[in-house]
Design a protein around this ligand. Structure first.
Ligand code: AMP
Ligand code: GLY
Length: 421
């Protein structure tokens, strides 16, 4: 099977690493890829949000299966273009990817499906949004409706803060994403992520994870794309997962199918869990980054069979082989991230890290420069490990981190603290 993976971050490196282990994979191309991916697969430069370019590339390279990593090509309808051209694709249609691309759409689906989530109002002008905030009081959550690169959510501690956020959003601070605003009840509880493969009808859970969004230790400092993650998430017990499937995921799939826009791909449900009851915070239409890295570490080569079954509508016949293991990933970022940071610093010591089914350094933002590996992004490396316990996985991760010689890099030493203490 000739496979194309779209994307070039740590998520796609881990997908490529897992897919390569499956004997069904004859040839793997990743577009655009990165310096780490280039060590295991062919990398190609391709405009991955341009459906015509991707279809032409697949035809020219006899691709049998396309796996779409990031949300941008999904929101641009690349999966639709590929399916129309007869290619097998892992990833939802543009219409189904609205579960990530529009927060008010997700709320509408939750209403229709009876799925537990925060109560909300949806507004297209500042005045009525502010009136709603004043009647509800604080704390309250103000969200830009569209894709805002993870930055469009303000948890307002006071009514004044919420009003300022509303002015910012309608004032264009988040571009088109803020032309509509969703205002939500503030939910308390502990957050965890639930990953479920979907083929339009069947939902197959493939793991749980928790990530650390804040830049600093103790979960302090600015929000980032994620500084580390671990799987499984202890709070997301089998009983909570079963409730989430019954009350949230399956009703969502039924409602999407009823509307003629069935969901196929991975559904990443962000859940708020309190007293054993899950409520939906948000959906994403793709794997999380860096959550994907810990899931791939645990699942290995079977992932290709599972993604293919999802794309072919055969999940009802599939089973996941679990090893009862734990995985952790520690993100090493360029100093300054998520603010401004330098590119081009050299990373040494990677050759001292073992790479096997228990240890992997996935590359997120790296490039090769005259035989050296250099930093080329904010999040640069995802040092990932697996063990019989989370403690063992953490020890293996940090032993690898300590071997990496990159003075310009920063990372958190406390990934997994909530589950380890
Ligand atoms: P989202 O982009 O919707 O995932 O929101 C980003 C983060 O904001 C989430 O991961 C939560 O930590 C927090 N958040 C979003 N909505 C709520 C809510 N209604 N109540 C409490 N926290 C929330
Ligand atoms: N790590 C969070 C995300 O991928 O959205």
């Amino acid at each position: 099977m000739n496979i194309l993976i779209l994307g070039g971050g740590g998520r796609e490196h881990s997908l490529a690493w897992a897919v390569m282990q499956n004997p069904k994979c004859d040839k793997l191309i990743v577009a655009p890829g990165n310096a780490g991916i280039a060590q295991i697969a062919e990398c190609a430069s391709l405009k991955i949000e341009n459906g015509t370019a991707v279809v032409n590339f697949c035809e020219a390279n006899a691709i049998d299966f396309v796996i779409i990593g990031p949300e941008a090509p999904l929101a641009a309808g690349v999966a639709d273009r590929l399916r129309d051209a007869g290619f097998l694709v892992f990833g939802p249609s543009k219409a189904a990817a609205r579960l990530e691309a529009s927060k008010s759409f997700t709320k509408e689906i939750c209403d229709a499906a009876g799925a537990p989530t925060a109560s909300y109002g949806h507004f297209t002008d500042a005045q009525s949004a502010k009136a709603h905030v004043r009647s509800m009081g604080a704390p309250i959550v103000v969200k830009a409706d569209g894709l805002a690169a993870g930055k469009g959510v303000i948890i307002a501690e006071t009514v004044a803060e919420a009003e300022a956020a509303i002015d910012d959003m309608f004032g264009g601070a988040f571009g088109c994403a803020g032309a509509e605003v969703v205002i939500e009840e503030f939910m308390t509880g502990e957050e965890a992520s639930f990953f479920v493969l979907c083929d339009g009808e069947t939902a197959l859970p493939i793991g749980t994870a928790q990530d650390h969004k804040r830049a600093g230790e103790g979960d302090t400092g600015p929000n980032t794309g994620g500084m580390g993650a671990y799987s499984p998430a202890p709070i997301l017990t089998d009983a909570v997962a079963e409730k989430a499937l019954q009350q949230i995921i399956r009703p969502t799939l039924r409602e999407m199918a009823r509307r003629g826009t069935p969901y196929t791909g991975v559904l990443y449900a962000g859940l708020m869990i309190e007293n054993g009851a899950p409520r939906l915070v948000e959906y994403n239409a793709r794997f999380g980054d860096p959550e994907c890295q810990v899931l791939m570490m645990r699942l290995g080569g079977q992932v290709l069979d599972l993604l293919q079954a999802a794309a072919e509508g055969r999940l009802a016949d599939c089973r996941v082989n679990w090893a009862e293991d734990h995985a952790m990933t520690v993100v090493m970022a360029a100093s300054g991230y998520p603010g401004t940071y330098e590119k081009g610093s050299e990373i040494k010591g990677l050759d001292r890290c073992a790479e096997d089914s228990f240890h992997m350094v996935f590359h997120a933002g790296t490039a090769e420069d005259k035989g050296r590996i250099v930093a080329a992004g904010g999040r640069v490396l995802n040092v990932t490990s697996r063990g019989d316990s989370l403690k063992e996985a953490a020890e293996r991760c940090y032993a690898m981190v300590d071997k990496i010689d990159w003075p310009e890099g920063v990372y958190r030493r406390d990934i997994g603290w909530r589950a380890l203490t």
